[in-house]
Design a protein around this ligand. Structure first.
Ligand code: GDP
Length: 298
């Protein structure tokens, strides 16, 4: 089985190969920068981040008096690392008991899987976890979360067809009474309209705060790294509605659109607490700007 870095590299190679080929020529000229611009846009880096990276890169090339295209690639890795650096942050648990973490994301993004992985990650560092199944609409969502709860042998608060905010309130109260370290609240990913979804999520956030005046302590959004600019649009919408504190970016083991992280860093520099690099429970890693940049351009 490949290491996570190998899987990340293998995935990002789909994004990066077209970027890397830009530097195989012999000259640094306008054509090279134009090709690079196209490759970055193709990788879903977005217009703003692409312009930022090109300007930053040209400045670095000038300052270092670089003349070899191959060396420009290394400078691009530095520029990208600097751009992504603000996204590097650890999820901290322990300031509150329980730390209440609300998790949002559109269906299919990998939310439930990420909650399962995160539960294991926390349990591995001796944190006790309580899960809240606040997606009360979809029976399948509740069941799937139940499977992850069993796999991790943690308790779950779930109620068929109940009010999502009420389930969340109960879970936070239970988390306090049972002295859990973390309560993870799994929310719905789709309702009849997007407007309803945001309303419901805001309500959960409000009601959780009634159960514990300092909660929620984290509001995470799970995005599918393979959806590129769509993922960025989701970050904007959920951040506007919920004031996100962190992101989990999934499926980076198979994406051709890894550049979206640069777009996020440019427009909404919300910490990327974790990245998903596979479907298995252990396939969750902390984000490193340097490692990501190197994998992207490898
Ligand atoms: P949800 O609807 O957001 O809860 O999404 P799920 O957690 O059910 O995941 C949707 C699909 O994506 C499932 O088949 C997962 O196995 C898969 N998935 C989730 N995270 C990753 C990841 O990091 N890498 C890969 N390759 N697949 C993932």
């Amino acid at each position: 089985r490949q290491s996570w870095m190998e899987r990340l590299k293998a995935g990002l190679r789909k994004t990066g190969s077209s970027i890397a080929t830009v530097f195989t020529g012999t000259q640094i000229n306008d054509a090279l920068y134009e090709e690079l611009e196209d490759a970055l846009l193709m990788a879903d880096t977005g217009v703003k981040a692409t312009q930022h990276l090109l300007e930053d890169l040209k400045r670095r090339v000038k300052d270092t008096k670089t003349t070899e295209p191959a060396a420009v690639k290394a400078l691009l890795a530095d520029a990208l690392t600097d751009l992504l650096k603000p996204l590097e942050k650890q999820l901290t648990i322990g300031e509150h008991q329980p730390t209440v973490v609300m998790v949002a994301g559109v269906n299919g993004a990998g939310k439930t899987t990420s909650i399962g992985k995160l539960t294991k990650h926390l349990a591995d560092s001796d944190q006790t976890v309580l899960l809240a199944a606040a997606d009360t609409f979809r029976a399948a969502a509740r069941e799937q979360l139940g499977v992850w709860a069993n796999r991790n042998t943690v308790e779950i608060i779930s109620q068929e067809g109940g009010d999502p905010a009420a389930v969340s309130f109960d879970a936070v109260s239970a988390g306090k009474a049972r002295k859990k370290d973390v309560v993870l609240v799994d929310t719905a990913g789709r309702l009849p309209t997007q407007l309803h979804l945001m309303e419901e999520l805001r309500k959960i956030k409000r009601v959780v705060n009634k159960a514990d005046g300092t909660a929620p302590h984290e509001v995470l959004l799970v995005i599918d790294g393979n959806t590129g600019q769509n993922a960025l649009a989701q970050v904007r919408a959920f951040d506007d509605a919920l004031q996100l504190t962190g992101l989990i970016v999934t499926k980076l083991d198979g994406t051709a659109k890894g550049g979206v992280l640069a777009a996020i860093a440019q427009e909404r520099p919300i910490p990327v607490y974790f990245i998903g690099v596979g479907e298995k429970i252990e396939d969750l890693e902390t984000f490193s700007a340097r490692e990501f940049s190197q994998a992207l351009l490898s």
